[in-house]
Design a protein around this ligand. Structure first.
Ligand code: BTN
Length: 242
C-alpha cells in the first residue's frame, strides 16, 4: 500500500481525487495526500476541519474481492491500523468509538470516511478517507470540547511522515490478514480498542434516535443495540454518545 502516492498542496477533498483516480483505473494501494483541504468531507454529510500542514488528510484506494455489504469491515480494519500506529508512534493509548472515531482522553483526533464504487454484488473500489489531527495547537470554538490533536495530548509535535508510514505498514499487515483469514482476527483486535460495548448508549441516525445497550458488532461490522424492551437493533450508520 502506498506504492503510488499523489501528493497535493491544496485540494477540495482527497476523497474526490481518489474517486477520480479509482474510476480511471488506479491500482490498489494508491494514496492521495494533501496539506490542506478546502472542502474536507466528514461522515453523515458533515464537513471536516482540515487546516494547512497540521493534520494528515489522505485517501487510500483498495480493491478487495468482497461484496459491498462487507465494506464496513474495512472501516473497522482501518480504525485498528490507525490506533496501532498512533500507539506505536506516540505511546498514547487510543480508544475506538463505533464505528470508527478514534479518541484520546475522550476527545476525537481521527475520523474515517469509507466510500464505495460498486455493483450490487461486487466492489470495484473502496476509498478509505483518513483525517488525523496531528499537530494542531487549538481548534475553533465549536470543536474545542469534542476534538483534540495528538500534539495536544502528547505535549509535543509529531512527525507526520513517520505516522503516515506507520499507518500504511499496519494497514498492509491487517489487510493481508483479512484477505487470508477473514474478519474475525480484525474484529477481536477492534474489540480490544472499543469503548462503549456493554454500556448504555444513544445512537443518532439520520432518521431517528435509539437508546439501548451496545451488545457488540456482527461479523459484518454492524452495531447491535438492545433497547429497553429487549429488542435488538442492527445499526449500520449512526453517531453514538454515552
Ligand atoms: C468523520 O466524519 O469522522 C470522517 C472524517 C474523514 C476526514 C478525511 S480527511 C481525508 C479524507 N478527505 C475528506 O474529504 N475526508 C476524509
Amino acid at each position: 500500500l502506498g506504492q503510488v502516492i499523489h501528493y497535493e498542496e491544496e485540494v477540495a477533498s482527497t476523497q474526490k481525487i481518489a474517486h477520480q483516480l479509482a474510476q480511471e483505473g488506479a491500482k490498489e494501494g494508491t494514496l492521495v495526500v494533501a496539506e490542506l483541504q478546502t472542502a474536507g468531507r466528514g461522515r453523515m454529510d458533515r464537513t471536516w476541519f482540515s487546516p494547512k500542514e497540521t493534520g494528515i488528510w489522505m485517501s487510500l484506494i483498495l480493491r478487495p474481492p468482497i461484496p459491498p455489504q462487507k465494506t464496513p469491515q474495512l472501516t473497522l480494519l482501518a480504525a485498528v491500523a490507525i490506533a496501532q500506529a498512533i500507539q506505536e508512534v506516540t505511546g498514547l493509548v487510543p480508544d475506538i468509538k463505533w464505528p470508527n472515531d478514534i479518541l484520546i482522553h475522550g476527545k476525537k483526533c481521527v475520523g474515517i470516511l469509507t466510500e464505495l464504487q460498486a455493483d450490487p454484488d461486487r466492489v470495484h473500489s473502496v476509498i478509505i478517507g483518513v483525517g488525523i489531527n496531528v499537530n494542531h495547537d487549538e481548534f475553533p470554538e465549536e470543536l474545542r470540547d469534542v476534538a483534540t490533536s495528538l500534539a495536544i495530548e502528547k505535549g509535543e509535535k509529531i512527525k507526520r511522515a513517520r505516522l503516515i508510514q506507520e499507518v500504511l505498514t499496519k494497514m498492509e499487515t491487517l489487510y493481508r490478514q483479512y484477505l487470508q483469514h477473514g474478519f474475525l482476527p480484525i474484529k477481536l483486535l477492534w474489540e480490544g480498542y472499543a469503548i462503549s460495548i456493554g454500556n448504555e448508549i444513544t445512537a443518532r441516525m439520520l432518521n431517528g434516535t435509539i437508546r439501548g445497550v451496545a451488545r457488540g458488532i456482527t461479523d459484518e461490522g454492524v452495531l447491535m443495540l438492545e433497547d429497553a424492551d429487549g429488542v435488538m437493533h442492527y445499526i449500520h450508520s449512526a453517531d453514538i454518545s454515552l
